[in-house]
Design a protein around this ligand. Structure first.
Ligand code: COI
Length: 384
């Protein structure tokens, strides 16, 4: 099993502790794209939003070398990047990323959710992959710079947002296996609709028993491309069987639930207790997961971060002791899991429809994100 030293518990600066976006954005000076998307192209994209297919006019960049540290901070036209075919990221996968969203509020202002948490997690991932740390304020400054440059790409439609994708790659041309001496930080943005085409509707889950995403001591707590690459074949096989997502079990015992690969999982008992797999070092500490735990504690519910055995869970679903299951993440927000199947089992959770606690959490969280209800924990940070 994993050791306590692998356990992450992320705290970054709260929105109230960060300097304002107007102050931070100039850290990535803007050179405007001389050929931004024309209005017809912009309007066509914004009129039919899907997830992650269209990108804005600009991107953010900075370079790191041992001699200069971070330098060359800038916001410039979104364009293909030039990399040596020998760049280390292409061979050894030294890469980390984050996912956040910019939300348009009714008064036209634009906000993001807990950027300090993502900044801290980015650095936790950087540590695991032997990459340089990016100052947390610079991480937030990059979000401010890009969203202020590309404000016209922040949708105003219910359920839509501007998805922000910060990432760091090893650009040094070198085939030896060691941490690279030249890296690049980039941030791109994509106007998006719901991650799942059906929006807030239950998804079906295939529980993988013959593949694992990560193992003890591996990179499971880091947000790095390799973990997602490991999920692609099981995801494809689940899809071919007629399921929408894969749930992974722990590699050490193959008995307890970890995560979906891109989302954390929760179980709601019929008595209202809510449980989620504990942070053992092999799952990613999700920002949405952390917020849900806080919201549940705020409302006085019993919340447990613990081991969730698959065999026991299946019995509890069949007996009605477990009433709801859901997955969560920045991209997919909160998504009910209506059916769990794997080799030798196939169960429907409750009546297969979104349960009341899942629905209440979805509404509370999205109301805070879209500025429709108060934000008691200072989660929202104003970008524009
Ligand atoms: C997110 O929820 O932001 C993710 O990173 C999940 C996936 C799109 C990679």
């Amino acid at each position: 099993m994993s050791t306590p030293s692998e356990v992450t518990t992320l705290t970054g600066p709260s929105a109230a502790e960060l300097p304002g976006a107007q102050e931070l954005a100039p850290r990535f000076p803007l050179t405007r794209n001389p050929a931004p998307a024309g209005d017809p192209q912009h309007d066509a994209v914004m009129g039919s939003l899907t997830f992650g297919v269209a990108f804005t006019d600009h991107m953010v960049r900075a370079t790191w070398t041992p001699e200069q540290g971070w330098h060359g901070h800038r916001t410039e036209a979104f364009a293909p990047i030039t990399l040596s075919p020998a760049a280390a990221v292409l061979h050894y996968g030294q890469e980390i990323f984050e996912g956040l969203k910019a939300y348009r509020h009714a008064d036209g202002s634009v906000w993001t959710f807990r950027p300090g948490f993502n900044a801290a997690r980015f650095n936790a991932s950087a540590r695991r992959l032997a990459m340089p740390l990016l100052p947390e304020e610079d991480f937030v400054a990059s979000l401010a710079a890009l969203v202020r440059a590309d404000e016209r790409w922040v949708p105003g439609v219910e359920g839509s947002s501007l998805y922000l994708r910060p990432f760091m790659i090893a650009t040094e041309p070198f085939l030896g296996v060691r941490s690279a001496h030249e890296l690049e930080y980039l941030l791109i943005a994509s106007p998006v609709g719901p991650y799942f085409v059906n929006g807030f509707q239950p998804v079906s889950i295939w529980v993988a028993q013959d593949y694992h995403r990560v193992g003890p001591g591996g990179m499971g707590a880091a947000k790095t491309g390799g973990n997602y690459a490991a999920s692609l074949l099981p995801q494809q096989e689940a899809y071919d069987k007629g399921f929408e997502q894969v749930c992974f079990l722990d590699a050490a015992t193959n008995t307890h639930l970890e995560e979906l690969g891109g989302m954390n999982v929760f179980v709601v008992d019929a008595d209202g207790t809510v449980r989620t797999p504990a942070l053992t070092g092999t799952i990613l500490e999700g920002g949405t997961r952390a917020a849900i735990l806080q919201l549940l504690r705020d409302s006085g519910r019993t919340v447990r971060e613990e081991t969730i055995e698959l065999a026991a869970l299946l019995d509890q679903i069949r007996s009605g002791q477990v009433a709801e299951t859901f997955a969560c993440g920045t991209a997919a927000v909160i998504t009910p899991m209506g059916r769990l199947a794997g080799e030798g089992f196939d169960v429907t959770v409750g009546d297969g429809r979104p349960g009341p606690i899942t629905t209440e959490l979805y509404e509370t969280l999205t109301d805070i994100q879209y500025g429709r209800r108060p934000d008691p924990h200072d989660w929202m940070y104003r970008l524009v």
